[in-house]
Design a protein around this ligand. Structure first.
Ligand code: KPL
Length: 299
C-alpha cells in the first residue's frame, strides 16, 4: 500500500521472485472492471526503468473497500498517511496479518499500536534510490541497503526468506530500533535545513554557514541519542551525516521535494519525533526546535 517509487520497486522485485503481490491503490478511480466480466481481476501495469531500459509487469490491483483477507501488508506511504491507510484496510486484517512499515521517520508504529493493538508490526528502512516518473512508472536509480526487523526478534520472520531472495542488499536487522533511529537522526540533520534553504544536500558541506548549522544540530542529536540509549548513533552520527551528504550531494532531500511539490512534509515524524524523545529526557535542543517551527510555518 502506497504505490509510489519505493512501493513499486519492492512490489516489482517480489513479483519477479514469484511472490503473489497485489497493489493496494487508494485511488478508487483506477480500478476499472469490465461490468460484462464480473469475475475479472483489476490490474495495473508497473514500469521499472533501470539504466534507460524499461521493464513492465502487470500486477493485480485491489482497493481498500474490497473484502479479500490481507496476509502481509507492506506500507510505503508517507508517514502522515500511514494511519489512515492502515485504517482503510483494517477490516481485511486479522491478528495473523503481518504489517511491514517502510517509510521515513518514526512514530507511526506508536500510532498503529494504539489504534490496532492486534496487528503484528515489522519495521524497515532502505537507502534504495528510486523516483517516480509517472504514476506506477519509476526509475530505479541506485541500489541501496534495506534493513528489516522487529524489536526483540533476533531471528528473521518466516516471510523474510522471500524478501532476501527477491531483493539484493536486504538484511534482517536484530537491532532495527537503532537503525531506524540513526536514519531519523540523519534526516533531522539534513532534511529541514535543505528544505528551508531550497538547496541540494551537498550545499550543507560546501556552504560554511550551513555546515556550522549541521554541526549544531548534530551536537543536540548526539545528546538526545545518548540519553535515549542509542549509543551507536551517538558515536557515529557526525561521520554518518557527512557520508550521506557526500553520497547524495546532488539530491534534493525528500522534505525539499515535498515543499516544492506543495505536499505536507514529514517533519512531525522526523524532527517532531526527535523532540518528543528529547522532552522525555529534559533536553532543550533549541536548534532542532527552531527548524521544526520554521517548517511547521511552511506546512
Ligand atoms: O533520506 C533522505 C531524504 O531525503 O529523506 C536523505 C538521506 C537525506 C537523502 O536525501
Amino acid at each position: 500500500m502506497g504505490a509510489g517509487a519505493i512501493g513499486c520497486l519492492f512490489a516489482s522485485a517480489l513479483h519477479h521472485a514469484g511472490g503473489a503481490v497485489t497493489l493496494l491503490l487508494r485511488d478508487q478511480s483506477v480500478k476499472i472492471i469490465d461490468p460484462e466480466v464480473p469475475a475479472q481481476v483489476a490490474t495495473s501495469t508497473v514500469v521499472v526503468q533501470r539504466q534507460g531500459i524499461n521493464r513492465e509487469m502487470v500486477l493485480p490491483v485491489s482497493v481498500p473497500g474490497d473484502s479479500g483477507a490481507i496476509n502481509h501488508l507492506l506500507v510505503t506511504t508517507k508517514a502522515y498517511d500511514a494511519r489512515a491507510a492502515v485504517a482503510s484496510v483494517a477490516h481485511r486484517c486479522s491478528a495473523d496479518t503481518q504489517v511491514l512499515l517502510l517509510m521515513n521517520g518514526m512514530g507511526v508504529a506508536d500510532e498503529l499500536h494504539r489504534d490496532f493493538p492486534h496487528l503484528d508490526l515489522y519495521y524497515g528502512t532502505t537507502t534504495e534510490g528510486a523516483y517516480r516518473l509517472a504514476p506506477r512508472h519509476i526509475c530505479h536509480a541506485g541500489q541501496g541497503v534495506t534493513r528489516i526487523g522487529k524489536p526483540r526478534l533476533t531471528a528473521p520472520a518466516p516471510w523474510f526468506g522471500q524478501w532476501s531472495r527477491a531483493i539484493d542488499g536486504c538484511f534482517w536487522d536484530a537491532n532495527i530500533d537503532e537503525a531506524l533511529w540513526l536514519k531519523v537522526a540523519i534526516n533531522c540533520a539534513i532534511n529541514p535545513l535543505t528544505a528551508l534553504q531550497g538547496c541540494c544536500n551537498g550545499a550543507l558541506a560546501t556552504r560554511p554557514a550551513l555546515a556550522q548549522q549541521v554541526q549544531q544540530l548534530c551536537q543536540e542529536i548526539v545528546l538526545i541519542s545518548s540519553a535515549a540509549g542509542y549509543h551507536h548513533t551517538a558515536k557515529q552520527l557526525e561521520k554518518s551525516v557527512a557520508g550521506v551528504i557526500a553520497d547524495t550531494a546532488n539530491n534534493r532531500s525528500s522534505m525539499l521535494q515535498d515543499i516544492q511539490a506543495g505536499r505536507p512534509t514529514e517533519i512531525e515524524y522526523i524532527t517532531g519525533y526527535l523532540l518528543t524523545i528529547a522532552e522525555r529526557h529534559n533536553i532543550a535542543a533549541p536548534h532542532n526546535r527552531l527548524l521544526l517551527q520554521r517548517i511547521r510555518n511552511l506546512d
